[in-house]
Design a protein around this ligand. Structure first.
Ligand code: PLP
Length: 353
């Protein structure tokens, strides 16, 4: 039996979530964002499952991710690279038929100066002030792109996790207006939260990421997502402690009654955040077992007093999954589901179901 943490990846849940989210924007083609190793779930396996479910358009952030993804999904699907491509990437991008997203006028000039005219996309910034061509520069973009227009034009929502935020509608209208001159291009705006807004936000193609993996903003009432992974850690030892004893580095947590503790193989060396110390929890067969003391590099101690015989060496405690919602655990660690799943390291074995 292995004594290391594992993440059981539920490919069937991920494809089900993809369909569920797609149903929020009928008439739009649902894409899938698989950057950062499909948010820690394994980009190759996830993308192949989504391709087999009918997904034709994938998004990654870096050229290197796109090259690996092309190997995984074969020649057919479109692959967009959010952060664009450098001069040195040009040959590889062309050979792998990746479509870089151009994020500034200088980058566009550089791309168009290349010998061969390869397809490209453009990002128009409608309020993030992060990446993309500014609204004021769109006339110059239209002019520069006349000879070789983009195949895809996108923008990104600032506040889609707050459905009532007025910025959503403003961005949607502004993007529709700014992207109108690019008649031959397909348009995309909606990340997961944008898909939940439905209607006009769907545009031609959608770009859901975190929702595919079961996390992200609270979905509308009619949407139920399934967990993309179950993160589990094996119990190494179980012991009893007396009132007055403490657990872990710094002896931060002192017990006022006798408790039963289990120590599991998982820690910040696996990307499980140290900020979950004394705040996060695990589940053993539905019994909630609080993390007691500090998360260390390879070990976490949990209070298994209520779990009875389920707490024994070799049993696996769940840290993300059906009994421990990703966003709940993340919140206790002072972060978001995005960071928690993308941070999980190589020592966490991914097991595909
Ligand atoms: C990461 C990303 C997405 C996906 O966002 P989620 O909130 O994970 O759905 C969509 N578009 C762009 C430009 C992104 O960077």
């Amino acid at each position: 039996m292995s004594l290391s943490p594992r993440a059981r990846i539920h490919l069937d849940h991920i494809t089900a979530n993809w369909r569920t989210i797609a149903a929020c924007t009928p008439g739009s083609e649902p894409g899938a964002v698989v950057k950062a190793n499909a948010y820690g779930h394994g980009a190759g396996r996830v993308a192949r499952a989504l391709r087999d479910a009918g997904c034709r358009t994938f998004f990654v952030a870096y050229v290197e991710e796109g090259l690996a993804l092309r190997e995984a999904v074969g020649a057919d699907p479109d692959i967009f690279v959010f952060n664009g491509a450098g001069r040195d990437d040009r040959a590889a991008v062309g050979a792998a038929r990746l479509v870089p997203v151009i994020n500034s006028l200088p980058a566009l000039s550089e791309w168009l100066a290349g010998e061969e005219q390869a397809p490209y996309a453009v990002h128009i910034d409608t309020g993030m002030n992060r990446l993309g061509i500014r609204p004021d520069d769109v006339p110059a973009l239209v002019e520069a792109a006349r000879r070789a227009p983009p195949v895809h034009v996108m923008s990104h929502l600032v506040d889609s996790d707050q459905p009532d935020h007025p910025l959503n509608a403003r961005q949607c209208e502004q993007f529709a207006r700014l992207s109108a001159p690019f008649e031959g291009a397909r348009k995309s705006l909606a990340n997961t939260g944008g898909c939940y807004l439905g209607g006009a936000y769907g545009m031609d193609v959608t770009r859901p990421g975190i929702g595919l993996y079961g996390g992200g903003p609270v979905p509308p009432a009619h949407v139920t997502l399934l967990p993309g992974m179950t993160l589990e850690a094996p119990i190494l030892t179980v012991q009893h402690v007396q009132a007055g004893e403490a657990a872990g580095y710094g002896a931060e947590w002192t017990f006022d009654t006798p408790r039963r503790l289990a120590t599991v193989a998982l820690g910040y060396g696996d990307g499980f955040p140290r900020s979950a110390s004394n705040r996060g929890y695990a589940s053993l067969g539905g019994h909630r077992c609080p993390i007691v003391g500090r998360v260390s590099m390879d070990l976490i101690t949990i209070d298994v007093t209520t779990a009875g015989p389920l707490a024994k060496p070799g049993a696996f405690a769940q840290f993300i999954g059906p009994e421990v919602p990703l966003e709940d655990q993340a919140k206790r660690a002072g972060t978001v589901g995005y960071e928690l799943v993308t941070g999980l390291g190589h020592r966490v074995r991914r097991i595909y179901e």
